[in-house]
Design a binder for this molecule. Structure first.
Ligand code: S3P
Length: 166
C-alpha cells in the first residue's frame, strides 16, 4: 500500500508535530500535518472553524484532508488529536503504519497548561482531558499498529522509539 511512511495519532500535546518533523528529517522525507492542510485549504484558523462552523464540520474537513494526505503523501503525516473519532477517517487509516503517541491525563494537563488556547479545552481543562482520554483511547488503540509512550521522553527519544518500532 503506498501512502505515508508513518501516521502519528494521539492527544493534543503528545508531540505529534514536533516528533513528526524530527522523524521526517531522520527518514529524509517530507512532513505533513492535517491541521495545517485544513488552515491552508480554508484560510481559517482551526479555532475559528470550531466556533463558526462547529466540530462536525471540522471533522468533515479533517476527513477530506486525511483522504488527500494518505493518497498523495509518502512522508510522515500527523493528524489532529480528535481525527480518530470520525468513523470515515478511521476507515482511511486501516492497514496503514499508524503510531499512537501515548500520554496520561496528568502529563497532558502539565504539557498543555490549564489555559490552553485549544478549543476543546477551554472550559475546565482537567475534567475535559479526563473525558477526552476516556472517549478517545479505544479509538487510538484501534487504529494504531504501534503504541509509543511519550512520558518522560524528549521528542528525540520518542522519534528514536518510533524508528526502532518501524
Ligand atoms: C483537536 C486537536 C487539534 C485540532 C483541533 C481539535 C482535538 O490538533 O485538530 O483543535 O479534537 O483533539 P492537535 O492534536 O494537533 O493539537
Amino acid at each position: 500500500m503506498t501512502g505515508p511512511a508513518v501516521i502519528l495519532v494521539g492527544p493534543m500535546g503528545a508531540g505529534k508535530t514536533t516528533v513528526g518533523r524530527l522523524l521526517a528529517e531522520r527518514l529524509d522525507t517530507g512532513f505533513r500535518d492535517t491541521d495545517a492542510d485544513i488552515v491552508a485549504a480554508t484560510g481559517k484558523e482551526i479555532s475559528a472553524i470550531f466556533i463558526d462552523d462547529g466540530e462536525p464540520h471540522f471533522r468533515e474537513l479533517e476527513r477530506r484532508a486525511v483522504r488527500e494526505a494518505v493518497a498523495g503523501h509518502t512522508g510522515v503525516l500527523a493528524l489532529g488529536g480528535g481525527a480518530v473519532m470520525d468513523e470515515g477517517t478511521r476507515a482511511l487509516l486501516a492497514g496503514r503504519p499508524v503510531v499512537f503517541l501515548e500520554m496520561g491525563v496528568a502529563e497532558a494537563v502539565r504539557r498543555t497548561g490549564l489555559d490552553a488556547p485549544r478549543p476543546l479545552l477551554a472550559v475546565n481543562p482537567r475534567q475535559a482531558w479526563r473525558e477526552l482520554m476516556e472517549r478517545r483511547r479505544p479509538f487510538y488503540t484501534e487504529v494504531a499498529r504501534t503504541v509509543v509512550s511519550t512520558e518522560g521522553r524528549t521528542p528525540e527519544e520518542v522519534a528514536d522509539a518510533i524508528l526502532d518500532a518501524l
